[in-house]
Structure formats: structure tokens, C-alpha cells
Design a binder for this molecule. Sequence first.
Ligand SMILES: Cc1ncc(COP(=O)(O)O)c(C=O)c1O
Length: 380
Amino acid sequence: MESKLPNMGTTVFTVMSQLALQYNAVNLGQGFPDFDMSEELVELVDQAMKKGYNQYAHMNGLPLLRERLAEKMRSLYNANINPETDITITPGGTYAIYTALTTVLKPGDEVIVFEPAYDSYIPNIKINGAVPILIHLKFPGYSIPWDEVRSKISVRTKMIMINSPHNPTGSVLTKNDIEQLRQIVTGTNIFILSDEVYEHLIFDKIQHESILRYADLLQRSFVCFSFGKTYHCTGWKLGYCVSSPNLMQEFRSVHQYNCFSCHTPSQVAFAQYLKNEEAYLQLGSFVQRKRDYFQRLMSATPFKPLQSSGSYFQCYSFKGLSEEGDREFAIRLTKEFGVTSIPVSAFYQDEKDDKVIRFCFCKKEETLAKAVERLVRFKV
Ligand SMILES: Cc1ncc(COP(=O)(O)O)c(C=O)c1O
């Protein structure tokens, strides 16, 4: 059979995780917490199951959960979201992104994607017969080169994808970025996909520039979120998409013959747990403490930190420390030093290598300490 996604191979994430296991390395490669999630939330799912919430939920998501999310979005972003028409609960953020792309893309359409990019974007565009138009973020701050974006807009541009806070770099979009985006899309039919799965994982008192703050942009946007990232339960695979009523209606047409509805007991539990505002409001400072702890320990190594203002990730440069490519270097750190990272070239189609590796710091302090104890042995 002719492959619909030729040359995809095995992702570097799988390769690095397998190596981590083989060499008994501390795995700071993949982005997930290694500490326990809220017991109360686990308890709420348990209770929901015992109370009999075990059959199909509403196709668009449990109504009470959508109501609570709309309240949250009003209070955080002053957004006027109608839970009936504007929110759909999905099995994770990645599915929300895939469904949004599938909702709008036709063969030959162009989608502007910034690299380094979360690994699902490009395959999700290609499987729809559309064409990713790749733009490199400006190294080392990983900001968007808006002039280049303007030069790459064509009659075929269907969508621009943004992601803030950003995986893999931890960069965040500013008000000025949103204004640049607005100037580019105003008067066109270009859609926006805003991946905001790390909305609460933002540091140093920076305001998250959610598209939900901008009613004019939300009209043409799909904004994707993940409960897994917010509540330390990435394995639950639950998220949601927010859009304007007309777009959401089309999104739901795709969703209804694919997943149809999501895990009921988790939705019942989240609907209740969302009343606990502290659980998400303190998340940024909780994760920031981990970033700061990791950076403090890492200052005893020769690696140079790049700016991380959000997400689970901190990138380090090893320029001047080795002539190896970042992939080779990350493999050697795993094999010889017992610490696994991800080479950032893996997030570029052309494998652009700035000699940068990504560490996930959303781990227990003891895990981070164990990793850095090993990395301080690295000498040039
Ligand atoms: C940028 C980005 N978007 C989306 C997701 C997916 O979230 P979920 O696990 O809910 O599918 C991730 C997970 O790593 C991510 O890093």
C-alpha cells in the first residue's frame, strides 16, 4: 500500500525513551510529570464511576463541564464563551488540533507553521493533503519573524498555527505578536489555530496572551487546551477546543463520526474540580519553582540556559562544548552520563541544529537532582 505519511520513521522521542530504558538513564526527555496528581481528583473520578456515570457523555462534552469552563474563561480572559455552541470536549489537546485542521483543510491549502514545532502539527497537515509552510523562529529567543510571515502569505494560505507557551522552547507570545497576527489576518479568510495547552504553565508573572482575550480573533480561531497538562494527568487524554459558533459547528461534524464523546467519569470529576480555582492559579508558580531549581543546579555544569518563560521545558546550548550534532550529543549524554534529553533539531523538518537540547523539568526535585549530579561530571 502506498503510505499516506511516507518517511515518518520512528520519532526521536521513542528512540530516546528506549535508549533511556536501555541505559537506565534519568529521562528528562519526554514531557510528563513524574510526581503524583491530585488525590482529590482521582477520588472524584472513582466516585463518578461508583455513582454510575459510566455511559456515553453528551457528544459535545458534559454540559456542566462546559458551563464551568465558560465561567473560568470569563474570569481569566474576560471571554464571552457560550458553553452550548463554542466548546467541545476532546480526547486530549492533540486530537483537538487534528480535528481543527481536518475541519478546515482541503488538498493544496497552505498552513503556516513555526519551527521548532510540536511533532503532531506537520503530519496532521499532510494527512489532510495540505502543505505546511515552514518558518523558523528567530534563534536564540525563538520569537516569530513577522516580516517573513507576511512574505509567505499567499492566496492558498488557509491557516496560521501558533503555540504559546511554546513546546519545545518555552518562549511565549506577547501583545505585540498578537497585534502583528491581527494585522496579517484582518481582511482575509485565514484561520488561526492557537495551541494553548500550557496556558497555566507561564512564569515570571507574564500574562498569557490567550486568543480568548481577543473576540475579533476568536471569530476565526480554534483554541486548543489539555486537562492533562493542567492537572498532571497526561495519561487521561482529555482536552477541549474553543471556537466561534459557525466554526465549532463544523468542528463537531468531524468530531461526531470520529470520537463522538469522551470519557464520562473524568468529565464529571473535572466539572467538580474546576470549582477549585487555586488548583490552576498556583500552577505557574509551582512549575516555575521547578524551573528555577533545575537552573540553579545546572549552573554547576558548562551548559548555557536559553530563556524559558513557560511550558515544561528548558533548553540548553552546548555550543563550544562539543563538535557533535545535537542528536549524537543527546545520545552520548544518555549512554555515557545517564541523562536523557531531546535534541531540538528533531522539531525541525530540515533538522536545523543550533546545538540545543531540551530538558523537561516538570519532575520531582529528587529526579532533577539525580540528573544534574550526573551532568556535572561532563567536562569539555
Ligand atoms: C505543544 C503541545 N500541544 C499539544 C499537546 C498535547 O496535549 P494532549 O496530551 O492533551 O494531547 C502537547 C503535549 O505534549 C504539546 O506539547
